[in-house]
Design a protein around this ligand. Structure first.
Ligand code: NAD
Length: 500
């Protein structure tokens, strides 16, 4: 186990070199399950480091945009192959870095692999359109073009998957990138970049600057030579980024918070719904943007559901995610743990019924980490703060309801719109829910989590600003359309005027 004195120093990656910060400042990254373990020392970057990274990306863009897309794609393909080889090593590092259990960090690395293969395939599919012109002897078509240097700012909960969702489409489309990873999880982003570099990515095409939001993220979002910003994180920071990008009309994609719901109808398969609520609510310690932090249950099955759900939650084993017996890891850091504890107090004050959990775990095997009991509130009113605000921790609010319309109105009655799910055997109800739930993602008879990389990902209202990640939607964000008209008539033809 590395200590502060023995842990490795990880530099920024700028212009193809691993370089020290301009200020010489670093910060420690510690294991949230055992804070004695130092994962590494990372550069505390500032504006000067960001400027150097953007300069390198701008220079590299001149030639990268001219590399044929299928050739760019081959590099991505090779990077995915490298990730396959290193999946176990990188997954273990990720569990040490951010605490989620090994089965889930393997899933995170796999998602990066899937996305990288998928976008490698897109290298031969950057299709445009051809269409008849309204004029004779004239040809019309549209092509996609790259945009330039993309600034990418990412959160800590999917430390390799989310950077890959942004980097792979940006790169295959011919852009260059500067990534500012979350301060709590830079190592997993470094691993992804390392795979790209070994796969043959030219110098300067990918750059990484670590550090905190105000010092390293803000200068990137404001930089005049960065026309594209892709951000995933909280709605509060998303608002700051959107404002920083507005004066220069940058393309901005914002993927933000969620207050997702599982609806359990009276005809639901309760065993299945309980499995889904446990996995959706407590997977990744509830620290997923798609976490099922609300479960609305029809009053006819409410008593039965709550009894059996709480029994299951009480059995969850909390601890160090490297231990295969453990089912739920720690919160990411002290601040996040404090947020969870403060929402437990808020729930109690609102007279939500604490059914299980509610306490920090800090003795014995939990003494050195940021652990919290899996917690369930029952008899929750949909307007309570615990049912409205994103907690981002292991706290689930169970809300009773009377009928389908009420369930949909509870589901849609929050500021966010990422993911929703309904458990029912009634096909009419399932289709009505698919139509009426105003979220970016809807699941039927499955929990709110489990995105697949070839499907668009994102949300409505305060979750997003209209863009989607993954699938072809990501290519739409990282390219611009150029429409081309070729007139071979040898005379002046006037659209809308000479075509009758
Ligand atoms: P956060 O908003 O605190 O930080 C996200 C990133 O923004 C970090 O890299 C941080 O350093 C940076 N940042 C902070 N202040 C900044 C500033 N002033 N200027 C520029 N950058 C700044 O979020 P987090 O705590 O890392 O992640 C949790 C949040 O992310 C939750 O709200 C969660 O719902 C959301 N999330 C959303 C999705 C999605 O796809 N919708 C996915 C994962 C996480």
């Amino acid at each position: 186990m590395a200590t502060a004195a023995s842990a490795r120093v990880y530099n920024n990656f700028i212009g193809g070199e691993w370089v020290d910060s301009k200020s010489g400042k670093t910060y420690e990254n510690r294991n949230p399950a055992n804070t004695d373990e130092v994962i590494g020392h990372f550069v505390a970057s500032n504006e000067a480091d960001v400027n150097a990274a953007v300069d390198a990306a701008k220079e590299a863009y001149k030639s990268w945009r001219l590399v044929p897309a299928p050739k760019r794609a081959e590099i991505l393909y090779r990077a995915a192959e490298i990730l396959v080889q290193r999946k176990e090593e990188y997954s273990k590092d990720m569990t040490r870095e951010m605490g989620k259990v090994l089965a889930e960090t393997r899933g995170d690395v796999q998602e990066a692999i899937d996305m990288t293969y998928y976008m490698a395939g897109e290298g031969r599919r950057l299709f445009g359109q051809t269409t008849p012109s309204e004029l004779p002897n004239k040809f019309a078509m549209s092509v996609r073009q790259s945009v330039g240097v993309c600034g990418l700012i990412t959160p800590w909960n999917f430390p390799m998957a989310i950077p890959s969702w942004k980097m792979a489409p940006a790169l295959v489309a011919g852009n260059t990138v500067v990534l500012k990873p979350a301060e709590d999880t830079p190592l997993s982003s470094y691993h992804y970049v390392q795979a790209l570099v070994e796969a043959g990515l030219p110098k300067g095409v990918v750059n990484i600057v670590s550090g905190d939001g105000p010092d390293a993220g803000a200068p990137l979002s404001k930089h005049k030579d960065v026309p594209v910003m892709s951000f995933t994180g909280s709605s509060a920071v998303g608002r700051i980024i959107a404002s920083a990008c507005a004066p220069d009309f940058k393309h901005v994609s914002l993927e933000m918070g969620g207050k997702n719901i599982i609806i359990v109808m009276d005809d639901a398969n309760l065993d299945l719904a309980i499995d889904g609520a446990v996995w959706g609510g407590f997977g990744t310690t509830g620290q997923r943007c798609t976490a099922a932090s609300r479960v609305a249950v029809h009053k006819k099955v409410y008593g039965e559901f709550v009894k059996r759900f709480v029994e299951r939650v009480k059995t969850l084993r909390v601890g160090d995610g490297l231990d295969p017996k453990i089912e739920m890891g720690p919160c990411i850091n002290e601040q996040q743990l404090n947020t969870v504890m403060s929402y437990v107090e808020i729930g109690k004050k609102e007279n939500a019924k604490l059914l299980t959990g509610g306490n920090r775990l800090n003795s014995g095997a939990h003494a050195k980490g940021w652990f919290h009991e899996p917690t369930v509130f029952g008899d929750v009113d949909a307007k309570m703060r615990v049912a409205q605000e994103e907690i981002f921790g292991p706290v689930v609010s169970v809300i009773p309801f009377d009928g389908f319309d009420e369930a949909i109105s509870i589901a849609n009655g929050v500021a966010y719109g990422l993911s929703a799910s309904i458990y029912t055997k009634n096909v009419n109800q399932a289709f009505a829910a698919m139509r009426d739930l105003y979220t970016g993602i809807v699941y039927v008879n499955a929990p709110t989590i489990g995105a697949e990389t070839h499907m668009p990902f994102g949300g409505t209202k305060q979750t997003g600003n209209g863009h989607r990640e993954a699938a072809g939607a990501a290519i739409d964000f990282f390219t611009e359309w150029k429409t081309l008209y070729i007139d071979y008539s040898d005379k002046l033809q006037r659209a809308q005027i000479d075509n009758n």
